[in-house]
Design a binder for this molecule. Sequence first.
Ligand SMILES: [Zn+2]
Length: 232
Amino acid sequence: MIGSKASIINAIPDTWKYLKNVIIVKVKHSGDKTTVYARPLARLIEQLQRLPGVGPKSAQRLALHILKRPEAEVEALAQALIEAKKQIGLCSVCFHLSAEPVCEICRNANRDNNTICVVADPRDVIALEKTREYKGKYHVLGGVISPIDGIGPEQLNILALQRRVNQQKPQEVILAISPSIEGETTTLYIGQLLKPFTKVTRIAFGLPVGGDLEYADEVTLARALEGRRELD
Ligand SMILES: [Zn+2]
Protein backbone atom coordinates (compact mmCIF):
# COMPACT_ATOMS: atom_id res chain seq x y z
CA MET A 1 0.00 0.00 0.00
CA ILE A 2 1.50 3.33 -1.03
CA GLY A 3 0.32 6.64 0.34
CA SER A 4 1.11 9.37 2.82
CA LYS A 5 2.40 8.35 6.25
CA ALA A 6 -0.91 9.24 7.85
CA SER A 7 -2.99 7.16 5.45
CA ILE A 8 -0.72 4.12 5.96
CA ILE A 9 -1.03 4.42 9.73
CA ASN A 10 -4.78 4.72 9.47
CA ALA A 11 -4.95 1.64 7.27
CA ILE A 12 -3.28 -0.57 9.88
CA PRO A 13 -5.42 -1.93 12.73
CA ASP A 14 -5.42 0.27 15.79
CA THR A 15 -3.32 -1.89 18.11
CA TRP A 16 -0.43 -2.72 15.85
CA LYS A 17 1.28 0.17 14.10
CA TYR A 18 4.52 -0.86 12.48
CA LEU A 19 6.97 1.94 11.71
CA LYS A 20 10.28 0.68 10.25
CA ASN A 21 12.03 -0.95 13.24
CA VAL A 22 9.77 0.37 15.90
CA ILE A 23 6.42 -0.93 16.92
CA ILE A 24 4.01 1.10 18.95
CA VAL A 25 1.96 -1.02 21.25
CA LYS A 26 -0.95 0.41 23.15
CA VAL A 27 -0.60 -1.06 26.60
CA LYS A 28 -3.94 -1.18 28.33
CA HIS A 29 -3.40 0.11 31.84
CA SER A 30 -4.21 3.28 33.71
CA GLY A 31 -4.50 6.15 31.25
CA ASP A 32 -4.07 3.85 28.18
CA LYS A 33 -0.45 4.96 27.75
CA THR A 34 1.28 4.37 24.47
CA THR A 35 4.69 2.75 24.92
CA VAL A 36 7.38 2.37 22.32
CA TYR A 37 9.44 -0.85 22.14
CA ALA A 38 12.29 -1.79 19.85
CA ARG A 39 10.92 -4.38 17.42
CA PRO A 40 12.59 -7.56 18.83
CA LEU A 41 11.41 -6.58 22.31
CA ALA A 42 7.87 -6.05 21.02
CA ARG A 43 7.99 -9.50 19.43
CA LEU A 44 9.11 -11.06 22.74
CA ILE A 45 6.34 -9.28 24.65
CA GLU A 46 3.80 -10.38 22.05
CA GLN A 47 4.87 -14.04 22.40
CA LEU A 48 4.88 -13.94 26.21
CA GLN A 49 1.43 -12.40 26.20
CA ARG A 50 0.08 -15.50 24.50
CA LEU A 51 0.81 -17.54 27.63
CA PRO A 52 -2.14 -18.23 29.92
CA GLY A 53 -2.55 -15.70 32.73
CA VAL A 54 0.02 -13.29 31.27
CA GLY A 55 -1.40 -9.85 30.54
CA PRO A 56 0.39 -6.95 28.81
CA LYS A 57 1.96 -5.72 32.05
CA SER A 58 3.33 -9.12 33.12
CA ALA A 59 4.56 -9.76 29.58
CA GLN A 60 6.52 -6.52 29.66
CA ARG A 61 7.94 -7.29 33.12
CA LEU A 62 9.01 -10.80 32.03
CA ALA A 63 10.53 -9.53 28.78
CA LEU A 64 12.56 -6.84 30.52
CA HIS A 65 13.69 -9.37 33.13
CA ILE A 66 14.84 -11.76 30.40
CA LEU A 67 16.85 -8.96 28.75
CA LYS A 68 18.67 -8.34 32.02
CA ARG A 69 19.77 -11.97 32.44
CA PRO A 70 23.12 -13.30 31.12
CA GLU A 71 22.98 -14.63 27.55
CA ALA A 72 23.80 -18.21 28.65
CA GLU A 73 20.79 -18.22 30.98
CA VAL A 74 18.46 -16.99 28.24
CA GLU A 75 19.82 -19.62 25.86
CA ALA A 76 19.18 -22.32 28.48
CA LEU A 77 15.59 -21.09 28.78
CA ALA A 78 15.05 -21.13 25.02
CA GLN A 79 16.65 -24.60 24.80
CA ALA A 80 14.45 -25.93 27.62
CA LEU A 81 11.33 -24.66 25.82
CA ILE A 82 12.27 -26.33 22.55
CA GLU A 83 13.43 -29.60 24.12
CA ALA A 84 10.33 -29.94 26.29
CA LYS A 85 8.12 -29.35 23.26
CA LYS A 86 10.07 -31.81 21.08
CA GLN A 87 10.60 -34.57 23.63
CA ILE A 88 7.38 -34.66 25.61
CA GLY A 89 4.54 -36.62 24.07
CA LEU A 90 1.67 -38.67 25.43
CA CYS A 91 1.94 -42.07 27.13
CA SER A 92 0.48 -44.71 24.79
CA VAL A 93 -1.32 -46.38 27.72
CA CYS A 94 -2.71 -43.59 29.90
CA PHE A 95 -2.19 -40.43 27.76
CA HIS A 96 -0.31 -38.60 30.51
CA LEU A 97 2.64 -36.45 29.43
CA SER A 98 5.74 -38.55 28.94
CA ALA A 99 9.21 -38.43 27.42
CA GLU A 100 9.01 -42.23 26.83
CA PRO A 101 6.41 -44.19 24.84
CA VAL A 102 5.05 -45.48 28.17
CA CYS A 103 5.11 -43.09 31.14
CA GLU A 104 6.83 -43.64 34.50
CA ILE A 105 3.55 -44.19 36.36
CA CYS A 106 2.43 -46.91 33.92
CA ARG A 107 5.88 -48.56 34.07
CA ASN A 108 6.02 -48.50 37.87
CA ALA A 109 5.47 -52.11 39.02
CA ASN A 110 4.81 -50.92 42.59
CA ARG A 111 1.65 -49.14 41.55
CA ASP A 112 -1.70 -50.89 41.75
CA ASN A 113 -2.89 -52.11 38.37
CA ASN A 114 -6.34 -52.81 39.78
CA THR A 115 -7.35 -49.16 40.04
CA ILE A 116 -7.57 -46.68 37.20
CA CYS A 117 -8.23 -43.04 38.05
CA VAL A 118 -9.81 -41.18 35.12
CA VAL A 119 -9.03 -37.46 34.82
CA ALA A 120 -9.64 -34.81 32.18
CA ASP A 121 -6.17 -33.35 31.90
CA PRO A 122 -2.49 -34.14 32.64
CA ARG A 123 -2.58 -31.24 35.16
CA ASP A 124 -5.03 -33.30 37.22
CA VAL A 125 -2.58 -36.24 37.35
CA ILE A 126 0.08 -33.86 38.67
CA ALA A 127 -2.35 -32.45 41.27
CA LEU A 128 -3.38 -35.94 42.44
CA GLU A 129 0.23 -37.16 42.54
CA LYS A 130 1.06 -34.29 44.89
CA THR A 131 -1.41 -35.67 47.44
CA ARG A 132 0.71 -38.89 47.63
CA GLU A 133 -2.53 -40.69 48.52
CA TYR A 134 -3.14 -42.52 45.31
CA LYS A 135 -1.11 -45.58 44.31
CA GLY A 136 -3.04 -46.80 41.29
CA LYS A 137 -2.83 -45.96 37.60
CA TYR A 138 -4.39 -43.13 35.61
CA HIS A 139 -6.22 -42.51 32.38
CA VAL A 140 -6.20 -38.98 30.91
CA LEU A 141 -9.21 -38.16 28.73
CA GLY A 142 -7.71 -35.08 27.12
CA GLY A 143 -10.73 -32.91 27.95
CA VAL A 144 -14.40 -33.27 28.83
CA ILE A 145 -17.50 -33.82 26.71
CA SER A 146 -18.67 -30.39 25.57
CA PRO A 147 -21.13 -30.42 22.63
CA ILE A 148 -21.05 -26.61 22.42
CA ASP A 149 -17.29 -26.79 21.64
CA GLY A 150 -17.78 -29.74 19.31
CA ILE A 151 -16.16 -32.19 21.75
CA GLY A 152 -17.94 -35.52 21.84
CA PRO A 153 -16.78 -38.84 23.36
CA GLU A 154 -14.94 -39.72 20.14
CA GLN A 155 -12.69 -36.63 20.48
CA LEU A 156 -11.52 -37.89 23.90
CA ASN A 157 -9.53 -40.97 24.94
CA ILE A 158 -12.70 -42.79 25.97
CA LEU A 159 -12.55 -45.68 23.50
CA ALA A 160 -8.99 -46.36 24.66
CA LEU A 161 -10.25 -46.38 28.26
CA GLN A 162 -12.98 -48.85 27.37
CA ARG A 163 -10.43 -51.12 25.67
CA ARG A 164 -8.07 -50.80 28.59
CA VAL A 165 -10.79 -51.77 31.07
CA ASN A 166 -11.70 -54.81 28.97
CA GLN A 167 -8.10 -55.98 28.73
CA GLN A 168 -6.71 -54.99 32.12
CA LYS A 169 -9.91 -55.80 34.05
CA PRO A 170 -9.29 -53.38 36.93
CA GLN A 171 -11.30 -53.85 40.13
CA GLU A 172 -12.18 -50.18 40.27
CA VAL A 173 -12.33 -47.14 37.99
CA ILE A 174 -12.33 -43.84 39.90
CA LEU A 175 -13.78 -40.87 38.04
CA ALA A 176 -11.96 -37.71 39.19
CA ILE A 177 -13.39 -35.08 36.88
CA SER A 178 -14.09 -31.47 37.93
CA PRO A 179 -17.79 -31.05 38.80
CA SER A 180 -18.68 -28.55 36.08
CA ILE A 181 -21.68 -29.19 33.82
CA GLU A 182 -19.38 -30.68 31.15
CA GLY A 183 -17.50 -32.64 33.82
CA GLU A 184 -20.75 -34.09 35.15
CA THR A 185 -21.86 -35.10 31.64
CA THR A 186 -18.51 -36.82 31.13
CA THR A 187 -18.66 -38.59 34.50
CA LEU A 188 -22.18 -39.89 33.84
CA TYR A 189 -21.33 -40.97 30.28
CA ILE A 190 -18.24 -42.94 31.30
CA GLY A 191 -20.07 -44.34 34.33
CA GLN A 192 -22.81 -45.80 32.13
CA LEU A 193 -20.24 -47.14 29.71
CA LEU A 194 -18.05 -48.95 32.25
CA LYS A 195 -20.50 -50.07 34.94
CA PRO A 196 -21.27 -53.40 33.26
CA PHE A 197 -17.56 -54.31 33.40
CA THR A 198 -16.15 -52.95 36.67
CA LYS A 199 -16.88 -51.04 39.87
CA VAL A 200 -17.08 -47.34 39.04
CA THR A 201 -16.64 -44.72 41.77
CA ARG A 202 -16.36 -40.96 41.69
CA ILE A 203 -14.42 -38.70 44.02
CA ALA A 204 -16.46 -36.83 46.65
CA PHE A 205 -17.30 -33.17 46.32
CA GLY A 206 -14.99 -31.70 48.87
CA LEU A 207 -13.99 -29.82 45.77
CA PRO A 208 -15.48 -26.41 44.98
CA VAL A 209 -18.26 -26.73 42.41
CA GLY A 210 -17.15 -25.24 39.11
CA GLY A 211 -13.56 -25.23 40.37
CA ASP A 212 -10.63 -26.85 38.65
CA LEU A 213 -9.04 -29.94 40.12
CA GLU A 214 -5.57 -28.50 39.68
CA TYR A 215 -6.33 -25.48 41.90
CA ALA A 216 -7.62 -27.54 44.83
CA ASP A 217 -5.23 -27.74 47.77
CA GLU A 218 -3.68 -31.10 48.54
CA VAL A 219 -5.75 -31.80 51.68
CA THR A 220 -9.07 -31.07 49.93
CA LEU A 221 -8.07 -33.25 47.03
CA ALA A 222 -6.90 -36.09 49.31
CA ARG A 223 -10.21 -35.96 51.26
CA ALA A 224 -12.21 -35.93 48.06
CA LEU A 225 -10.33 -39.03 46.93
CA GLU A 226 -10.90 -40.78 50.28
CA GLY A 227 -14.62 -39.97 50.22
CA ARG A 228 -15.27 -41.38 46.75
CA ARG A 229 -18.43 -43.40 46.34
CA GLU A 230 -19.84 -45.87 43.91
CA LEU A 231 -21.69 -44.35 40.98
CA ASP A 232 -25.50 -44.88 41.22
ZN1 LIG B 1 1.09 -43.81 31.31
